[in-house]
Design a protein around this ligand. Structure first.
Ligand code: ADP
Length: 735
């Protein structure tokens, strides 16, 4: 008998009431169940209930029950011993589903990401020294007793620390020199101390911090952009804001969102130094046990400071009072798999719904945010100078039409001269190319065959590091063949174009005595390798760093004075609506790494199109001119943020079914005032993992509810089961 029913029967209770349970599955609504009348389920309670052949955990959802006949209803089986979800999390799940048009159960699944967190974990046995001396005190035993002097530790950890076998620990427990105690495998997080003094802020920083603090004190929702040049000390300002929010309410929780997991380690250390306690981390690289610990401690309200990637928005906070979105312009905030959402936008929604302030920080704010500031919806504070008087780097363009690199190489004479100069001055250089691998294209010199991924319309990228050809869209990889698969001629496959590995090869030949380091997700795949590479750069142990965008963001390398951008034109080729903006942001970020220490920095951008407005604006350091031109371009086309946009993507392994479904969907599109439906058209990557893909683009005026239009439209058509339909509100990817 299920435990709850048993418990109630013992107490002679059989009265029941109807509750709605939402499951973390792609379902559009909760289902009705029966719960014993007097048991403590309330909206937000985690309960286990039968669903088809399975028994799974879901959440009791607020609102009225549906009309399912009472005699068809099943009983809930168990109430999980976990704190219920707070009403503000439930509200956020509802609004995220309504905004993204994904099933509400799929959004709930993002909240229930730690599968084993609903039951308390099994206690572990730990040992602590009793102070009693064992009859025979060997050096090994002494080492264990020393390790167990302060806090109880498991036998394995003790043995590891003392460098002995587990048997020594157990032996000591038998003599009474160690006492066994229970230890929690998910220990509480140390409390952040908001009173601890931070660095002394300069005038601008003080004014900025005071402004954010005033929003916190006023209470209610407000968005503030901290708009400061790279290295201005934005982080110090928002940590001050976090301290203010933590001090203002002793149960308050604060979330700091960061775009890249690669940045977390140094960042966590920085926060620990500021608050005297490590924050609770949340990102995809955590182990199951670490996830469970953060999830549970956040759900209890015990973890008060959380640092995480975008999914940390969906943790079960009890009293979230402030969200800080660092590098708010970063595209990594857009989640493209599963429920598609933009974490910056959802953070603002979360704050607006629950009535608390949100802080956005960036040196290159998104056009969306800039327009929101311009129209008075967001507040903004500026930091115009680098901390401690460091100057902004000199930025200039290298026109590759005038000074091309020698045949077969990628670095032009002006750039190699600059690296020579940096090397002889004992300074560091960064060569930046945002392309992983050795060569983006492998082509047969005999028959022209291009190496492509199977069942996918993408070119394979050669990776010399691993000796493989890799598809960056699907992860498919294969050894590089000796012969062309089409014409069978041996040794005719040639690499075209550079990736970081190829630039590294050239640098190694040119500067054989320099200390080189490649930083990319292939060259430094593990977090430890990446940390080591970044540490070496920070400590000045690397002369030339050759890196993808992993090096562009957030890092502080005091000895770096030269940034060389190998291909400044690269991001402009894609041609989607944010191509210029993205290029502007990335190049500003990467050039902003130069000269953050005592010496002035410079950046050289290799380009074939020096007349491109984006590049001219970067070279002139004229952000406002760039943003004004960009805004004009988008306004003319009614693209976001001046109009609304959504994509609908249909995909299927059956091309005929796909074409029919697309045609039927098109026919069903209602006429809407201020709405324009473009497509269906073949997606630029038409075939992906064996699935053919078609896209619609829906444009709407800003005063039109795009969600209402889409819901109405999509509810008119049932897509066949072999065609998958995905909605992407405000798309960032058009592939
Ligand atoms: P940003 O986030 O704007 O790029 P950071 O906050 O990382 O800049 O600051 C750049 C560097 O300057 C960091 O090493 C930071 O600790 C230091 N810094 C910034 N403001 C101050 C300050 N007021 N006092 C001391 N150091 C500061």
């Amino acid at each position: 008998m299920p435990p709850l029913a048993e418990h109630l029967e013992e107490r002679g209770i059989d009265a029941k009431r109807r509750v709605k349970v939402l499951f973390p599955l792609p379902l559009f609504k909760p289902y009705d169940y029966l719960a014993p009348a007097d048991c403590a389920v309330a909206p937000g309670s985690f309960v286990r209930a039968p669903l088809g052949p399975r028994e799974i955990f879901g959440v009791v959802w607020p609102g009225e029950g549906d009309d399912a006949p009472a005699d068809k209803l099943k009983d809930i089986l168990e109430i999980a011993p976990a704190p219920p979800l707070s009403p503000s999390v439930i509200d956020f799940v509802e609004w995220t589903a309504g905004y993204s048009l994904f099933p509400i159960g799929a959004v709930l699944r993002m909240v229930m990401r730690s599968s084993d967190a609903l039951r308390p974990p099994k206690m572990l046995t730990g040992y602590v020294a009793t102070g009693e001396a064992p009859p025979r005190l060997t050096p090994q035993r002494q080492a264990v007793l020393d390790a167990a002097a302060d806090e109880p530790l498991s036998a394995r950890v003790l043995a590891e620390r003392a460098g002995v076998s587990d048997a020594v620990v157990r032996g000591l427990a038998q003599t009474g020199a160690l006492r066994a105690v229970e230890i929690d495998p998910d220990p509480p997080f140390a409390a952040p101390d908001p009173q601890r003094p931070g660095v002394a802020l300069n005038d601008e920083q003080q004014a900025a911090a005071a402004r954010v603090a005033s929003h916190i004190d006023k209470g209610g929702h407000a968005v503030t952009l901290i708009d400061g040049v790279t290295g201005a000390g934005k982080t110090e300002v928002y940590l001050e804001a976090a301290a203010h929010a933590l001090a203002a309410d002793e149960t308050a929780q604060v979330l700091i969102l960061i775009p890249e997991i690669a940045l977390t380690m140094p960042f966590l250390k920085r926060i620990e130094a500021r608050f005297g306690a490590a924050p609770a981390p949340w990102h995809s690289d955590l182990t199951g046990a670490q996830r469970r610990r953060t999830w549970r401690r956040v759900a209890e309200g015990q973890a008060r400071l959380v640092v995480g990637a975008r999914s940390a928005l969906f943790l079960p906070y009890t009293n979230l009072r402030l969200i800080i979105v660092d590098e708010e312009h970063d595209n990594a905030y857009k989640q493209e798999d599963g429920v598609i959402y933009h974490a910056r936008d959802m953070a603002v929604l979360r704050g607006a719904r629950a009535g608390f302030p949100v802080v956005l920080a960036s040196a290159t704010p998104s056009l969306e945010t800039v327009i929101n500031v311009g129209e008075g919806r967001y507040d903004a504070v500026g930091l115009s100078r680098r901390h401690a008087g460091a100057a902004m780097p000199d930025i200039s363009l290298i026109d590759l039409r005038e000074t091309p690199p020698p045949a077969g190489s990628w670095l032009s004479p002006p750039l190699t001269r600059a690296v020579d100069e940096a090397l002889s001055a004992g300074e560091q250089s960064l060569l930046f190319l945002n392309r992983r691998g050795y060569a983006p294209l492998t082509i047969c010199r005999r028959c022209g065959h291009r190496m492509k991924a199977p069942n996918t319309d993408t070119c394979l990228v050669e990776h010399r590091f691993s000796g493989r050809l890799v598809c960056h869209h699907t992860g498919f990889s294969m050894p590089k063949p000796d012969a062309c698969p089409a014409c069978k001629v041996v040794d005719a496959l040639a690499p075209c174009g550079p990736g970081v590995e190829r630039v590294a090869e050239e640098a190694r030949q040119r500067w054989p005595n320099a200390r080189l380091q490649v930083l990319s997700s292939d060259a430094t795949p593990s977090p430890a390798a990446m940390r080591a590479a970044l540490d070496a750069m920070r400590e000045g142990e690397t002369d030339i760093l050759i890196a993808t965008q992993m090096a562009a963001k957030g890092h502080h390398f005091p000895g770096l004075t030269l940034v060389g951008v190998v291909d400044a034109d690269m991001g402009l080729a894609g041609g989607d609506l944010r191509a210029a903006e993205r290029t502007y942001q990335l190049l500003t970020q990467v050039t902003g790494r130069a000269g953050r220490g005592e010496k002035r920095g410079r950046a050289l951008l290799q380009t074939y199109q020096p007349q491109e407005p984006v590049l001219a604006a970067i070279a002139a350091g004229d952000r406002n001119a760039f943003l004004a031109a960009e805004a004009e371009g988008r306004r003319a086309l009614s693209f976001p943020p001046f109009g609304r946009l959504a994509s609908i993507i249909l995909q299927s392994t059956d091309e005929k079914a796909l074409a029919d479904a697309a045609a039927e969907l098109k026919r069903a599109a209602p006429n809407g005032d201020g709405v324009e439906v473009l497509g269906p058209a073949r997606a630029p990557i038409y075939m992906l993992r064996g699935r053919a893909r078609m896209r619609f683009l829906v444009k709407a005026r800003r005063d039109v509810s795009l969600q209402a239009y889409l819901s109405d439209w999509l509810s008119r058509v049932k897509t066949p089961s072999n065609v998958r339909r995905t909605v992407d509100i405000n798309p960032y990817s058009f592939l």
